[in-house]
Design a binder for this molecule. Structure first.
Ligand code: NAD
Length: 513
């Protein structure tokens, strides 16, 4: 505990004194110094200061990482799964030991509040815990005696060298969506973190090595588009897991599939929060606030449109405006902050332009956060756009900022029709006391993650993270049993033995091993 408090302070102190943190590729068991290479600045979004520089890797780094992963594959895949998961158990213990430090690092490079940052580290640890159960998760199936003396069996094998390309908004959790499952299942792995938030992923890998992972099993290539394209082009990489914006996800899906890779591409979102007149007002408002404005709206599960049904709008809209206006804007490392900065200046301008657009489209700006509320960093205030409609781009396109639109409709069916008009299908929540309304909603809504009186409908690690429609390209989702299937392939065997039984010649492991 003492160590993690000290390390948390180190992270914050380093940031406060402008100490640049090194960002290095990790290939074939070596951290590589890349002085002189092309790089991209990493900012502390709360201050605007440059805290690091991400080296922009490309084909050379990806080739070497893929060669290292291919070289490590036979040994790692042949390591019994019960031994592979011992590394994950030790990794989980180290993540707990460094929990506060990791949370502080996420806050430092992403800007989100410390509570949200720790929440994402916790969600990531839960995937490690899930992957510790890999011996059970890899179990095949059998049907004995499908004909006299003939059995049918299936086994799961690792795919081989796999890669993950991840976004900036969950720099610790999203690498952990795939890394523990992929290596627990016996694959070797290449991670390309977001060039905007490389530090958390790098620290995770340092801890993984401390847990005893052999060289080459995990490799990190930093960079942006060129590194991602080199992964897509590499013939030895069997599968690509991608999380990011919709245009990039579509491109990654098409390109990876065209070269015969297995691919899952998790994309953007535009999630509705449907509020019925019988919803509990106070709790609904708090849930909407944290869904829309938590992580500054930079969440694929953010509720970005409130759909008020019937006379729900009567008290709801004013209550939302009053609560949003009172949100405390401030840096993520202040536990009192409720609205933290955006990732970059360019993204802040993009969000401001969307509010301008909403006004031009005829929505009423009932709370205007366009003027930056603090001089430093990349902050915006909360914005509410009332009387928005499904014909407006602000209700159809992902804004990814602290902007909440309000659409007013007459009935639950109209709310469902509005939501289903979206190209996206990540999450949708309903706020009501009516079981019948919830059942109707579940039957007809087109979204893959549903919340009932819950504003952020994030599933646990043992379920799939389950976007549909334009929020997901692929077949098998990340995490849960889907995650295990994505990183394994089946062999199905049918067997018959002609000779009579003989004593077993192989020995089982000793008890306690
Ligand atoms: P992004 O698409 O800009 O970047 C994601 C990754 O792709 C990064 O590693 C980046 O370097 C790489 N990349 C960017 N452009 C590329 C290109 N042209 N070719 C190849 N690679 C490229 O996304 P972002 O801004 O980092 O993340 C935010 C987006 O991610 C939002 O749209 C959000 O909804 C989405 N997201 C979705 C989920 C989900 O589960 N569906 C989860 C988190 C984030």
């Amino acid at each position: 505990m003492q160590a993690s408090v000290a390390q948390t302070n180190d992270v914050i102190t380093a940031a406060a004194h402008g100490t640049r943190r090194p960002v290095r590729h990790y290939i074939a068991g070596r951290w590589e110094t890349t002085s002189g290479a092309l790089s991209e600045p990493v900012y502390n979004p709360a201050t605007g200061e440059v805290i690091a520089a991400t080296p922009l890797g490309a084909a050379d780094e990806v080739d070497r990482a893929a060669a290292a992963a291919a070289a490590a594959l036979p040994g790692w895949a042949a390591t019994p799964v019960v031994q592979r998961v011992q590394v994950l158990f030790r990794f989980k213990a180290l993540l707990e030991e460094h929990f506060d430090e990791l949370g502080a690092l996420v806050t430092l490079e992403n800007g989100k509040g410390v509570k949200d940052a720790r929440g994402e580290v916790r969600r990531g640890i839960e995937v490690v815990e899930f992957a510790c159960g890999m011996p059970s998760l890899l179990m095949g199936e059998t049907v004995r005696d499908i004909a006299r003396g003939i059995d049918n069996l299936s086994y799961r094998f690792p795919l081989g060298v796999v890669a993950a390309i991840v976004p900036f908004n969950f720099p610790a959790m999203i690498p952990l969506w795939t890394l523990p499952i992929a290596i627990g299942a016996g694959n070797t792995y290449i991670l390309k973190p977001s060039e905007r938030t490389p530090l958390s992923a790098q620290r995770l890998v340092e801890l993984l090595l401390e847990a005893g992972l052999p060289d080459g099993v995990v490799n990190v290539v930093h960079g942006a588009k060129d590194a991602a394209n080199a992964i897509l082009a590499h013939p030895d990489i069997r599968a690509v897991s991608f999380v990011g914006s919709k245009p990039t996800a579509e491109y990654i899906y098409r390109t990876a599939a065209a070269s015969g890779k297995r691919v899952q591409a998790l994309a953007g979102a535009k999630n509705s929060l449907i509020v019925l007149p019988d919803a509990a007002l106070e709790q609904t408002v708090e849930n909407v606030m944290s869904s829309a404005f938590g992580n500054a709206g930079e969440r694929c599960l953010a509720g970005s449109v409130v759909v008020a049904v019937g006379n729900a709008s009567e008290h709801l809209v004013e209550a939302l405006r009053a609560r949003a206006q009172a949100l405390r804007v401030g840096p993520g490392n202040d536990p009192e902050s409720e609205l933290t900065p955006l990732i970059r200046e360019r993204h802040r301008r993009h969000v401001q332009e969307y509010v301008d657009l909403g006004e031009q489209e005829g929505a009423r700006v009932i709370l205007d956060g366009r003027t930056p509320p603090r001089p430093e960093g990349f902050y915006l205030g909360p914005t509410l756009l009332d009387h928005a409609t499904g014909a407006m781009r602000i209700t159809r396109e992902e804004i990814f900022g602290p902007v909440l639109s309000i659409v007013r409709v007459g009935t639950l069916d109209e709310a469902i029709a509005f939501t289903n008009g979206s190209a996206f299908g990540n999450a949708c929540s309903i706020f009501t006391d009516s079981g019948a309304a919830v059942r109707h909603f579940r039957e007809h809504i087109q979204a893959g993650m549903l919340g009932v009186n819950i504003g952020v409908a994030g599933p646990m690690a043992f379920f799939p993270f389950n976007g549909i429609k334009g929020s997901f390209f692929g077949d098998l989702h990340v995490t849960g049993k889907d995650g295990v299937r994505f990183f394994t392939e089946h062999k199905v065997e049918i067997q018959r033995w002609f000779t009579p039984p003989v004593p077993a010649s192989s020995t089982l492991p000793e008890a306690g091993v």
